[in-house]
Design a protein around this ligand. Structure first.
Ligand SMILES: *Cc1c(COP(=O)(O)O)cnc(C)c1O
Length: 391
C-alpha cells in the first residue's frame, strides 16, 4: 500500500507539467523587512487561506523560526493546521481565528485543545466565548482579541459599543488584544485611513486603553502615519505582493510558477487559436501550447482577447497569451522569439521574478491576492530555502 503510494507520487513528481517553487528564505526575508519597519511593534503574520496559497505547513514553521509569535487565520480549521505545523517548538506562539467565535459542537473545546485564540466581533460572540470560558472551569484557557469596526462594516464591534464594554466583560473573555482593519491602506492618499486611525484611537480612550492594539495590515505598515500600535498583521506582502501599489515593490517574490510547453506550431495569418476562435493571427505566427489553464489558477480573465490579456515569460521575454484560456492549457504567441529560443518540453514562467503577481493580476482583471490564493493544487510544489534566511 505505502509502496505503491510512494511510487505513484514519484511518478507524479517526475512528469509534473507545472512546478510551483516556494522560496521560504524570501518569505522570511519579507517578514524581517516588515518587522524592521514596524519595530518596536511586534510583527505577526496572516496565514489564512493556506498562507495565501503557498502552503500553511511550510510557511508557519519558517516564520516561527524567524521569530514570528502571532499568527492570524480565518477559520478554526486553518488554526488547527497552523498549530500542528508549529509543533512543540511553537508552544509560545498565538494563533488568532479572525472570523469570530460561532459555537458549534466542537466549538470552544477545540479552540482550547489546539491553543487557538478567538477574535470576537460582536456582543453575541463575546458573551458566548465568556460563557464557554466560565463553564470550562480552571486550567489554561484560550484568550481572545476584540475586533472593533472602524469603517469596513464587515466584522467587529461598532466603535461606540466597544468604548463602553466593562472591565468585567473584557476580563471574562480573556481579551489580550484590541484590533481593527484598514479599508484602503494600499491607497495612502485615501482620507479614510486618517478617519480609521482616529476612530481606533477614539475606541481605545476608555476601558480598552490598557490593552495591546493592532491596526495595520501589509499596506498599513507603509502608511506615513505609522499606525503600528503594538502589533502589525501583514499577509500579502509576506508572500511577495506589493504593499505600495504604483511604487516599486519592496518585497521579494516568494512563489514562482513555471509550466511546460507541450507543443509549438506555426499558423498562417487568419488562423484562430483556442475555443470560440477569440484570437486571429494577423501575420504568420508561432504559437506555444502551455500546460497551464484555469484549473491551475490562471484566471480566465487573462485570456488573450482584443489585445488584452496575460503573458508568460521565456528567459525574461514577455509572450502574450492568445485566445481563451482553457481548463488545462493556454496558448502563447512566441513569434517574436529568436529561432530555437523555445522548444517543446521547455518551461515558461507564469508567476515569479518576471511575472510579478500584481502586474499579472492587473492583466487578468483581478488582484494579486486572488492570484496567490488560487494557485492550483495539481502542480508539483518545491519548497526551497531553509526558512532561516541565511544564504
Ligand atoms: C487578511 C487580513 C490581514 C492581512 O492583510 P494583508 O492585506 O494581506 O496584509 C490582516 N488583518 C485582517 C483582519 C485580515 O483579514
Amino acid at each position: 500500500m505505502s509502496g505503491s503510494a510512494f511510487s505513484d507520487r514519484a511518478d507524479d513528481e517526475r512528469d509534473a507539467q507545472a512546478v510551483l517553487t516556494v522560496d521560504l528564505d524570501a518569505l522570511v526575508a519579507n517578514w524581517r523587512h516588515l518587522a524592521a519597519r514596524a519595530a518596536p511593534a511586534e510583527c505577526g503574520a496572516a496565514v489564512k487561506a493556506d498562507a495565501y496559497g503557498i502552503g500553511i505547513e511550510a510557511a508557519v514553521p519558517a516564520l516561527a523560526r524567524a521569530g514570528c509569535l502571532t499568527f492570524f487565520v480565518a477559520h478554526a480549521s486553518e488554526g488547527r493546521r497552523a498549530r500542528a505545523a508549529l509543533g512543540a517548538a511553537g508552544l509560545g506562539a498565538r494563533i488568532f481565528v479572525l472570523n469570530g467565535f460561532h459555537p458549534d459542537a466542537a466549538g470552544f473545546d477545540s479552540y482550547r485543545a489546539h491553543g487557538l485564540d478567538a477574535v470576537l466581533g460582536s456582543a453575541e460572540e463575546l458573551r458566548a466565548w465568556s460563557e464557554a470560558r466560565a463553564a470550562a472551569g480552571g486550567g489554561r484557557l484560550p484568550d481572545a482579541a476584540l475586533h472593533v469596526d472602524t469603517g469596513m462594516n464587515r466584522l467587529g464591534f461598532p466603535v461606540e459599543d466597544a468604548r463602553f464594554l466593562s472591565q468585567a466583560e473584557l476580563g471574562s473573555a480573556g481579551i489580550t488584544l484590541v484590533m481593527s482593519h484598514l479599508v484602503s491602506a494600499e491607497d495612502a492618499a485615501d482620507p479614510i485611513n486618517a478617519r480609521q486611525i482616529a476612530a481606533f484611537d477614539h475606541a481605545r480612550e476608555r476601558a480598552l486603553r490598557a490593552y495591546p492594539a493592532s491596526l495595520a495590515n501589509s499596506s498599513g505598515i507603509f502608511l506615513p502615519a505609522r499606525p503600528f500600535h503594538d502589533l502589525v498583521r501583514p499577509g500579502f506582502a509576506l508572500y511577495g505582493g506589493n504593499p505600495t501599489p504604483g511604487r516599486p515593490n519592496p518585497m521579494l517574490p516568494v512563489a514562482t510558477l513555471r509550466a511546460r510547453v507541450l507543443q509549438l506550431r506555426s499558423v498562417p495569418a487568419g488562423a484562430t487559436a483556442g475555443y470560440n476562435g477569440r484570437w486571429t493571427a494577423d501575420r504568420p505566427s508561432r504559437l506555444a501550447t502551455i500546460a497551464l489553464g484555469y484549473a491551475d489558477g490562471v484566471p480566465i480573465g487573462g485570456s488573450g482577447i482584443d489585445g488584452r490579456g496575460a503573458e508568460v515569460f521565456v528567459d525574461g521575454t514577455a509572450c502574450p497569451l492568445v485566445g481563451r484560456i482553457s481548463m488545462d492549457l493556454s496558448i502563447a504567441d512566441v513569434t517574436h522569439l529568436p529561432a530555437g529560443a523555445l522548444a517543446a518540453g521547455d518551461s515558461v514562467e507564469w508567476l515569479g521574478p518576471h511575472g510579478d503577481v500584481d502586474a499579472l493580476a492587473a492583466r487578468c482583471g483581478t488582484i494579486g491576492y486572488e492570484i496567490l490564493v488560487n494557485l492550483g493544487r495539481r502542480h508539483r510544489r518545491d519548497y526551497i530555502g531553509n526558512g532561516t534566511g541565511t544564504a
